[in-house]
Design a protein around this ligand. Structure first.
Ligand code: FBP
Length: 363
């Protein structure tokens, strides 16, 4: 493990485990968890996760920095040539900087063949020898950033499909990035909020680690997260109520009156920042919904569904299990529902919960 990290070129020494292990799990920091105490992730994945968490620390510092005001004050920069047609929003400067930070960390890791990002039209081929494919939304929820509302990074990791190695670069980059979510080997999000939290899974439960700013370590604070089978919270942009289908309206009307299968009146919470809304849902239970075709399958829905399933919950587009949907294009959008098993089953029993009417909303 030490030797596998010796070549890291990130300008900082690897984090050191501090204190005793948390909650009797035998590991206390993120690097302990993936490296030795928690699970045998394999040296290559350890190195990759080391570089990813380092990138996210840099993004955490960036979004919290007072020196961003000159960047943050700008409105969205015009879409780069070529973004037209992908249906993506014009990126903002911090999205772009975050994207560059992640790309440079992935390059430095030496472990990544392809990065597919929300910020790039097409996947970027990095290294023929890289074992992994990384899909990412480098800074989700950035429309909130001017008001210091939480944002997040999302990532998913696949193995490189060696059987595609003979194909032209562009083609193999694309096909490697369009793997079904069932093939994820790791996924995670990083929440930039009052605390910076990395929540990750390599297929053996979902665990969250909180950044200790005094040491730079991510400390295990939420081992083996189990989403409650029932919550009492629904999370949705309900200004769209009149564009919703009948089934979704009925579901929300029912649970907010306490007339659902769980006879409690539900509360509403909506941050409009996917990572933050999901983080709360993982801890408190309930359902986080984006019923219109807005969120992206490859680098948002799949990694987050993987984490939710690993925590005992469910991720669906309202009809189908997210992880089983075969992506056909990189920036493919779909409705997304993530949450507690029983709440999700009740929601889906209402039939039409996907919002087909999508007039486009200004904010
Ligand atoms: O506008 P809606 O439908 O409420 O969607 C909000 C969702 O869009 C996001 O902001 C992502 O969309 P963008 O990438 O366009 O910002 C999520 O963070 C949030 O959950």
């Amino acid at each position: 493990m030490a030797s596998s990290l010796s070549g890291v070129a990130v300008g900082s020494t690897p984090p050191r485990a501090v204190g005793s292990s948390s909650a009797g799990t035998g590991f206390s920091t993120l690097m302990d968890y993936v490296g030795k105490g928690g699970i045998n992730a394999g040296d290559d994945l350890v190195v990759l996760l080391y570089h990813l968490q380092y990138a996210c620390k840099r993004i955490a510092a960036l979004v919290a920095s007072p020196f961003n005001s000159s960047i943050i004050g700008q409105s969205s920069v015009p879409a780069a040539a070529g973004t037209g047609g992908s249906g993506r929003d014009a990126p903002k400067p911090l999205d772009i900087v975050s994207n560059e930070i992640i790309l440079s960390s992935l390059r430095n890791s030496g472990k990544v063949a392809v990065m597919a990002s929300e910020e790039d039209d097409t996947p970027i081929w990095i290294n023929d020898e890289g074992k992994f494919v990384v899909v990412t939304d480098p800074l989700d929820g950035s429309r909130n950033i001017d008001a210091s509302i939480p944002t997040g990074t999302i990532f998913g990791v696949y193995n490189r499909l060696v059987e595609l190695d003979h194909l032209p670069t562009e083609e193999k980059a694309q096909l490697n990035s369009l793997q079904s979510g069932t093939r994820l080997v790791a996924a995670g999000y990083v929440l930039y909020s009052s605390a910076t939290i990395i929540c990750t899974s390599i297929g053996s439960g979902t665990h969250a680690f909180t950044l200790d700013h005094s040491t730079g370590d991510f400390i295990l604070t939420h081992p083996n997260i189990k989403i409650p089978p029932r919550g009492q919270i629904y999370s949705v942009n309900d200004a769209r109520y009149f564009d919703w289908p009948e089934g979704l309206r009925k579901y929300i009307d029912t649970v907010r009156q306490g007339k659902g299968k769980y006879p409690k009146k539900y509360s509403a919470r909506y941050i409009c920042s996917l990572v933050a809304d999901l983080h709360r849902t993982l801890l408190y239970g309930g359902v986080a919904m984006n019923p219109r075709d807005h969120l992206r399958l490859v680098y948002e829905a799949n990694p987050l569904s993987f984490l939710v399933e690993q925590a005992g919950g469910k991720g669906s587009d309202g009809k189908n299990r997210i992880l089983s949907i075969q992506p056909v294009k990189l920036h493919q959008r779909l409705p997304l529902f993530l949450g507690s098993l029983e709440d999700m089953e009740e929601l889906e029993s209402y039939g039409d919960v996907q919002q087909k009417v999508n007039p486009g909303y200004e904010i």
